[in-house]
Design a protein around this ligand. Structure first.
Ligand SMILES: Cc1ncc(COP(=O)(O)O)c(C=O)c1O
Length: 460
């Protein structure tokens, strides 16, 4: 576009959009008065008025206050009922409080007793074997978040390779991992805007390239400084950016050629199937990290090492991974967390459940796509297994930088508010919808109808 805006944003009448946002914001405030009161009261002692500052991301100026949540439904303090496609930004991909996880937690915490004891339970080995079956790496260890799974994996790859740097993708997100807050710009690598209190300039610890750009990757790997590439096989935190044909094979070939390890962070790309993209696309990483969803909403995370790496790190006399060497945590792998992971993997996020969830996401994607075509809206929707996301540009972006350029805060705000005011939630950070085993055809159709109505109002 001559004015520098992506094509998808050009057709929007901004004055009309601002009026629609105003209308929806008023409706949101009146329809969620109990949540607003609770939010105002909380401001006295909660930083930013919320228990965790990201919860300020919801549109409308305040978050809904949760009352109950089961399956794909949740209710707020005002008694409004929502169909939940946000699912805790993937943490509740198994659906809210699935019965089998409830039972496992009750058994562990109430009947048997003991959540944190610094002693293993047999569930842990079951979960490790199941993760190995699904994702490949043979030896697993547990954390309480995907962030920590990544942090500890990065410690291990540096120790094993003796190299200082980690390569990440521009506009990636891997949790609050210091090395990942770096973006590629025409003037070279830069700390990502907003990087709060960074311990060091990330350019000292990291290399950054754009996704799907083989030449840049090769150039960076050739420095011989890179311990590991930390990647999502498809970017999911800047819209969904899929790998182009041959790209992931090139990543594997180049990392091997340059003695660099490959870490697949499957925390979100788990949506691709029971073993994430790693299984679905027959990838062969050295390490897999995962968190969020595999505990049915209970804090958990895991990293898995290919056998030679596991042997190497255990045998390394200079690596202290059993005490104060920077890997591990008091509550990690606790009995409650591994009981939740076992119940989730054994009974809820099963191979069969994924088949249903992915079919629903096909339906979601086709519905949105039909709306976009029939209204000639130059936006696109991308699907990755059980998740789908719309983005405000005519064709799916090839890399994080392109996708970042297509962001549109006003459109996000309007669509999120429009949907929330009519009982549908999508994830607040972007326009992502995720299916859980309890999602239904009817839920998907409701979203499609509302999305069409919101688009029609935009067009006037
Ligand atoms: C790909 C990926 N990895 C890691 C994380 C970190 O997860 P957590 O915040 O649960 O530590 C996220 C969070 O969104 C993520 O998207």
């Amino acid at each position: 576009m001559a004015d520098g805006r992506p094509a998808g944003q050009a057709i929007i009448d901004r004055r009309r959009l601002a009026k629609l946002i105003e209308r929806e914001t008023d409706r949101y405030a009146t329809g969620h008065a109990a949540s607003l009161r609770a939010f105002e009261r909380a401001g006295e002692h909660l930083l930013g008025g919320v228990p965790m500052t990201w919860m300020r991301m919801w549109p409308g100026g305040f978050p809904l206050y949760l009352a109950t949540a089961h399956g794909a439904r949740l209710t707020d303090l005002d008694g409004n009922i929502f169909t939940d496609f946000c699912l805790g930004d993937t943490g509740a991909m198994a659906g809210h409080s699935p019965a089998q996880v409830q039972a496992a937690l009750a058994q562990r915490y109430s009947e048997l007793g003991g959540a944190t004891t610094m002693l293993p339970t047999e569930d842990a080995a079951w979960v490790a074997a199941e993760l190995a079956r699904r994702f490949g790496p043979s030896h697993w260890s547990f954390t309480l978040s995907a962030t920590d799974a990544n942090r500890w994996a990065l410690r291990i790859v540096r120790q094993i390779t003796g190299r200082p740097k980690i390569l990440v993708y521009s506009y990636c997100y891997h949790g609050s991992v210091d090395e990942s807050f770096i973006i590629a710009t025409p003037a070279g690598p830069r700390s990502r805007p907003g990087n709060t209190g960074a311990p060091v300039d990330p350019a000292a610890t990291s290399s950054v390239v754009e996704f799907n750009d083989i030449a840049s990757l090769e150039r960076e790997l050739a420095t011989g400084d890179i311990a590991a590439v930390l990647m999502e096989p498809a970017l999911t935190n800047i819209g969904i950016v899929l790998p182009e044909p041959g790209y992931l094979a090139a990543v594997r070939e180049l990392t091997r050629a340059h003695g660099t390890l490959l870490i697949n962070d499957e925390t979100h790309t788990f949506s691709a199937g029971p073993g994430g993209c790693t299984l679905a696309w027959r990838l062969d990483p050295d390490i897999v990290t995962i968190g969020k969803s595999i505990g049915g909403g209970i804090p958990c995370g895991a990293y898995g090492l290919a056998a030679p790496l596991a042997e190497q790190i255990l045998a390394d006399p200079t690596a202290d991974i059993v005490d104060t060497g920077g890997v591990g945590g008091t509550l990690a792998g606790n009995a409650l967390s591994v009981a939740a992971m076992r119940a989730t993997l054994e009974h809820v996020l099963t191979d069969e459940a994924f088949a249903v969830m992915i079919t629903l996401a096909d339906q979601f994607t086709a519905g949105v796509d039909a709306v976009l075509r029939s209204r000639a809206l130059p936006w696109n929707i991308v699907q990755l297994g059980a998740r789908a996301e719309y983005r405000f540009c005519p064709t799916p972006p090839r890399c994080g930088g392109d996708s970042h350029a297509a962001a549109d805060q006003q459109l996000d705000e309007y669509l999120h508010l429009y949907l929330a005011n009519r009982g549908v939630l999508i994830t607040p950070f972007h326009n992502m919808a995720l299916m859980c085993p309890a999602t239904t055809d009817a839920d998907v159709d409701v979203h499609t109808e509302l999305f069409a109505a919101a688009a029609d109002e935009l067009n006037g």
